[in-house]
Write a protein that binds this ligand. Structure first.
Ligand code: LRH
Ligand code: MN
Length: 381
């Protein structure tokens, strides 16, 4: 039973995790890094090859801009993966200093909207049904711009994108507390994203990036609430010790990931259209192993959450048995699920330890030797 549920798991890896990334202080280049979206997809296919549960790859535009998106989608299929969410980018153009869709200048707003609509065209060309919208829009000083007017502008742009979506398409609206804006962010929290999506309709849902909250935020509450409202579209999984650190999911706080997956499963989010995407940057660690480890961390948290004895939990909760109820959850969390996952992988025709299998494959040595010259991919267009 639990193995069947785990076999159904689908985790989407981000194309940008295979490229170079860093902080404002330094971006450390690494050997073998892809030079184009075709090589990124080849690397993402390795993660699926050894985990069996990462069959889709999110693209970021223009980082993954190509002349022929249908051909890129064909290449993905040849590699054994498919293209998942299309991520827009209205946070790197000089014109967006004071905002993109919320900018005071209608000309800049039109330019930003044009990009968002172009991303829907790319969805059509690649067969993707999901557009992920994150806006860095915000201000740095009180008085810099009118908070309410910026919300009007945001709502207008979202309505135009919503209008353009096809029947089977949806957009996921991503919020973030701060950075790059340091006084006010136009989409700072789940409530603001939820309110905008509610006004628009069923094709608009909220994405929860686990690194985008104030310290101490109970993220699983947000998950439970949005699921209850039918407005949880997906996750950008990563982990953090301080801010939007984009570290490997489950690395900084595996217990939080377990609590989130517990609410996902309890709220029906494991068996519906919830998109489980990774959004991470491997600034110093090797990229493909970093993604494999991250997928394994989600699998382990999911397996533990599926192990929770929900009948015993419900009984303890009904009786007000506080410690009893907590113990039911902790028993599942403290269960070593690695042997179970090893068995599952063998039943799926995979090696029990994906990290060891990838390391033995020689793939890294091959790309390090082949990928000489050209421009390594990164956060630059
Ligand atoms: C913003 C964000 C967003 C992506 C970017 C790569 O912090 O989480 O999801 O566009 O990272
Ligand atoms: Mn994100």
């Amino acid at each position: 039973m639990i193995k069947d549920q785990l076999r159904q798991q689908r985790i989407e890896t981000p194309s940008w995790a295979y490229g170079n990334s860093g902080t404002r202080f330094k971006v450390f280049a690494q050997q073998g890094v892809p030079r184009d979206p075709y090589e990124k997809l080849a690397d993402a296919a390795q993660v699926h090859r050894y985990t069996g549960v990462a069959p889709t790859v999110a693209l970021h535009i223009p980082w993954d801009k190509v002349d022929d998106y249908a051909d890129l989608a064909r290449h993905a299929t040849e590699q054994g993966v498919t293209i998942g969410a299309i991520n827009s980018n209205v946070f790197q153009d000089d014109d967006y200093k004071l905002g993109s869709v919320t900018h005071p200048d209608p000309e800049v707003r039109r330019k930003a909207l044009r990009h968002l609509l172009d991303c829907v065209d790319i969805m059509d060309a690649t067969g993707s049904d999901t557009l992920k919208l994150w806006f860095s829009d915000g201000t740095n000083y009180p008085g810099q711009d009118d908070i309410r007017a910026r919300q009007d502008r945001l709502a207008e742009a979202l309505a135009a994108v919503y209008e353009r979506l096809g029947e089977e398409q949806r957009f996921l609206l991503e919020y973030k507390l701060f950075e790059p804006a340091f006084y006010m962010t136009d989409l700072p929290d789940w409530g603001t994203a939820y309110a905008h999506c509610l006004k628009l309709g069923d094709k608009a849902q909220v994405v929860v990036d686990t690194g985008h909250h104030a310290p101490g935020t109970n993220i699983e509450f947000i998950v439970a609430f949005l699921l209850r409202e039918g407005k949880l579209g997906g996750f950008d999984f990563n982990s953090r010790f301080y801010a939007d650190d984009d570290l490997m999911v489950g690395a900084a706080d595996p217990f939080q990931l377990f609590r989130i997956m517990f609410e996902v499963i309890g709220g029906g989010g494991y068996t519906n259209e919830t998109a489980f995407m990774l959004d991470q940057c491997h600034n110093i660690e090797p990229k493909i192993p970093g993604q494999i480890r991250s997928v394994m961390n989600v699998q382990e948290a999911t397996a533990k959450a599926l192990l929770v004895d929900r009948d015993a939990l419900a009984a303890a909760q009904r009786e007000g048995d506080v410690l009893g109820a907590n113990a039911v959850l902790m028993d599942a969390y403290n269960t070593d699920v690695r042997p179970l996952l090893g068995e599952l992988r063998e039943e799926m025709g995979l090696a029990p330890d994906p990290m060891a299998a990838y390391a033995k494959s020689g793939y890294f040595e091959k790309i390090a030797a082949d990928r000489v010259g050209g421009n390594q991919a990164g956060w630059g267009a």
